[in-house]
Design a protein around this ligand. Sequence first.
Ligand SMILES: Cc1cc2nc3c(=O)[nH]c(=O)nc-3n(C[C@H](O)[C@H](O)[C@H](O)COP(=O)(O)OP(=O)(O)OC[C@H]3O[C@@H](n4cnc5c(N)ncnc54)[C@H](O)[C@@H]3O)c2cc1C
Length: 460
Amino acid sequence: MLKELTIEDLRTSLRGQIISRDDEGYEEARQVYNGMINKKPTLIVRCVDVADVISAVNYARQSGLTLAVRGGGHNGGGLGICDDGLVIDLSGMKGVRVDPAARTARVAGGCTWGEVDHATHAFGLATPSGIISTTGVGGLTLGGGIGHLTRKCGLTIDSLLEVDMVLADGRFVTANETENSDLFWAVRGGGGNFGVVTSFQFKLHPISTIIGGPTLWELDQTEAVLTWYRDFIVQAPEDLNGFFAFLIVPPGPPFPEHLHLKKMCGCVWCYAGPADQAEDVFAPIRDFGPPALYGIQEMPHPALQSAFDALYPPGLQWYWRADFVNELSDEAIAQHVNHGSQIPTMHSTMHLYPIDGATHRVGKDETAFSYRDTIWAEVIVGVDPDPANAEAIKKWTIDYWEALHPYSAGGAYVNFMMDEGQERVKATYRDNYERLAIIKQKYDPDNLFHVNQNIKPATY
Ligand SMILES: Cc1cc2nc3c(=O)[nH]c(=O)nc-3n(C[C@H](O)[C@H](O)[C@H](O)COP(=O)(O)OP(=O)(O)OC[C@H]3O[C@@H](n4cnc5c(N)ncnc54)[C@H](O)[C@@H]3O)c2cc1C
């Protein structure tokens, strides 16, 4: 029998720090990105290495405390933290090692995407991620990963080569296509259900500068823009990515003053193909409308990756709803026009991210991410700094989502969901759910890792 671990055993086994309720710094340590989340864990363990993670997992399992794992802390539903439990905080586990010859990067489990982009860009290389560089590599990757390079390179998990993990029983394993391949299949979309990923290895792509930025149109052109966009994007070259958005134009540069605080619709483009073909690729976009703002320019890839960071600092109130979308019918567009035009606050938005192109070349049972055959990941987010507006942004988001959900494909991208229950999780994994439940039973039979979009261990 293993000796029961005490909190003192945990403390002496760590290089990192334990922060408990009475400690200075607790209030700061328990904050996550979404200001709507207000959870109070018993212990926060700031791990600095794999050994710390093993100790913290063993302690959580033996003490029976609820366990949450925090990567970048961005999750909409606050799944990187919990009430009255133990949080493994990976934010102290940093480091990106680029191998420029092999075109790979080894990324520590607590990195953010800005850190990865910074390290890889020095070598003219990049891997696909999301659109805000302060997001954690951990949560974004394990859920799938959708961003500016999705049509060209696929999801983030399609560039994932290997993970190192600490399992529920404290064992340390590596998972890739040949070693623990069932686990590697499951972590590519199955979220944090299977253990703590202490390091990721990614394939890198020769992408250094891109040509991109926003094009904005008047709100009363929305119907025409969306009708054009739905047909344009699916036949555009895969080197071009472009997501549709409703927005209230931020009152500052680079936006011209006459557009400040105006409700508009637009697209954010990223072209990562041959520069001499860019003129032709952008011609239909420039000519359509034409846009009230044409903000396309050449820039380093990390500049686009971090372009929205300042607009979305930590601590804003966020309410999320999402769906996958196969088809944008005229009826769905009419609902978008109706609800998008009622966008309640400057930070609120609706995005339609294309996930066709390279994403479709991976089969829906090749990784846990099932919706390989859909065209868009739709996300509606009510966002505002003022907690007094929480109910208003929530209402707009839910009303909008309920109007559009009948036109959706069924499930939603797990990283765009809050706490919507088991049926929604199952709807998202579709036929892959059963296989995920069997793998969960093998690696985490007691569901130690349940603060996530949870996959229940299979019962026989
Ligand atoms: C402003 C903003 C913009 C976003 N943009 C995009 C986007 O463009 N594309 C996109 O795909 N998503 C995007 N997202 C969603 C994002 O992918 C999710 O919020 C994701 O969960 C964030 O990961 P994190 O590590 O920062 O979060 P956390 O809250 O730390 O963790 C989220 C979940 O992942 C688990 N987890 C995190 N790290 C690990 C690890 N190392 N090992 C095991 N489990 C782990 C946690 O336990 C938790 O269940 C965005 C979110 C925000 C707030």
